[in-house]
Design a protein around this ligand. Structure first.
Ligand code: URA
Length: 207
């Protein structure tokens, strides 16, 4: 079946979702948006004030920075798919609870199953934790890792980059460094030195 159709069905279901209490007091859910045929998916944390108002991911200040970072490597946001771990805005932008992340995983799993990206960029700790545990973002950011047939690139959250100059420098470098993979995901299978997650994750070395 058509990916767009399947994703729009999930969107409808997210609109009715009451798997956790986050829907209470929100204006709109934010399922995600972009090109369902993209080989690259960006996963953030959860909607903030502006995203909740518009029902679209990354449309506030952090989103403007994400747009700039994408443009810096010649990609427009329409070319990729952008979503979040959490689909409803947590009150006062608090961190999502483990139970909320678990409840919402149901939707993200389905989105990923439909889109089947080759590359996932995780933005911040919460989406990174979907793929790798017991690692520090300060140590692994910008380093692609292969998890079965998927390449995951952990990156800092753009909102963190807006707060600290050093993080902004890092995220800008990380985008440049991964430009080839992000522009041409099929090239990832030819990249030597990409570490495999089957190795002991506690001993995981990145290049
Ligand atoms: N921060 C996120 O993690 N996601 C958004 O959609 C907006 C800000």
């Amino acid at each position: 079946m058509d990916k767009r159709l399947l994703l729009s069905q999930i969107e409808k279901n997210i609109h009715d979702c009451k798997k956790c209490i986050l829907w209470e007091g929100t204006t709109n859910p934010v399922p995600g948006e972009g090109n369902p045929d993209s080989e690259v998916v960006f996963i953030g944390e959860g909607p903030g004030f502006n995203e909740d108002k518009q029902g679209r991911p990354f449309v506030g200040q952090a989103g403007k920075l994400l747009d700039k970072l994408l443009i810096s490597i010649g990609i427009s946001r329409e070319e990729v798919f952008i979503t979040n771990v959490i689909k409803h805005r947590p009150p006062e932008n608090r961190d999502p609870l483990p139970s909320e992340i678990l409840a919402c995983k149901y939707w993200l799993d389905q989105q990923m199953e439909i889109i089947k990206p080759k590359v996932v960029v995780t933005l911040g700790r919460y989406s990174m934790a979907r793929y790798m545990q017991n690692v520090k973002i300060s140590e692994v950011h910008g380093n692609p890792i292969k998890i079965k047939s998927l390449v995951v690139i952990p990156m800092y959250h753009p909102a963190a980059a807006l707060r600290r100059r050093s993080v902004l420098d890092s995220i800008e470098k990380d985008f440049q460094r991964n430009k080839e993979i992000l522009k041409n995901p099929s090239s990832v299978f030819n990249i030597e030195g990409l570490k495999n997650e089957d190795e002991d994750p506690n001993q995981m070395s990145f290049f």
